[in-house]
Design a protein around this ligand. Structure first.
Ligand SMILES: Cc1cc2nc3c(=O)[nH]c(=O)nc-3n(C[C@H](O)[C@H](O)[C@H](O)COP(=O)(O)O)c2cc1C
Length: 157
């Protein structure tokens, strides 16, 4: 399956997972860029508020065309028990171009199920596979087995 990974990452944790999947699957990868400044402690507070209100944001136009792919893997950090604003915006803008989807998220520890439910609602279709990872384990590099399982599930579908 021709596969594209689209991910958003504010502090690099979700990026690490996205790059690991990309290495194993040898597929295309593109970062979703949020044009709103979300850096530092103020960025954290603003992002918390925006995500509670399920606000959309302005994102840079995606360079790759998702409709060229059999599968789009979508990765986001959990924000206030839901997806990041950049991921919500991406799904709203591009959902009609997704053939098959799979989701992953990184989190301090909570909100995984809720995040995937919201992503499924936004996409209007079910993911082939999902993977929720704790940021603390990603930092230590202890997530390879989960990634292998995720890829096996995608491939078996
Ligand atoms: C605005 C904001 C809200 C967050 N909300 C949650 C949350 O509800 N539950 C949780 O376990 N972690 C929460 N986190 C922690 C992130 O999900 C976690 O650190 C994630 O791995 C960061 O990924 P990134 O480095 O790719 O941005 C939040 C982080 C931010 C910035």
């Amino acid at each position: 399956m021709k596969t594209l990974i689209l991910y958003y990452s504010r502090t690099g944790i979700t990026r690490k997972v996205a790059e690991t999947i990309q290495e194993k699957m040898k597929c295309d990868l593109e970062e979703i860029i949020d044009l709103k400044n979300r850096k530092g402690p103020l960025g954290f507070i603003v992002s918390g508020k925006d995500s509670v209100m399920k606000k959309l944001t302005e994102i840079k136009q995606i360079q790759k065309n998702p409709s060229d792919y059999d599968l789009v893997i979508l990765g986001t950090p959990v924000w206030a028990s839901t997806m990041s604003c950049a991921m919500r915006t991406c799904l709203r803008q591009y959902r009609d171009k997704f053939r098959n989807i799979a989701f992953f998220c990184t989190t301090g520890g909570t909100g995984i199920t809720n995040t995937f439910n919201h992503m499924e609602q936004e996409c209007g279709k079910k993911p082939l596979a999902t993977m929720g990872l704790k940021a603390s384990l990603v930092k230590k590099g202890r997530f390879m087995e989960e990634v292998s399982q995720f890829i096996r599930k995608i491939s078996g579908s």
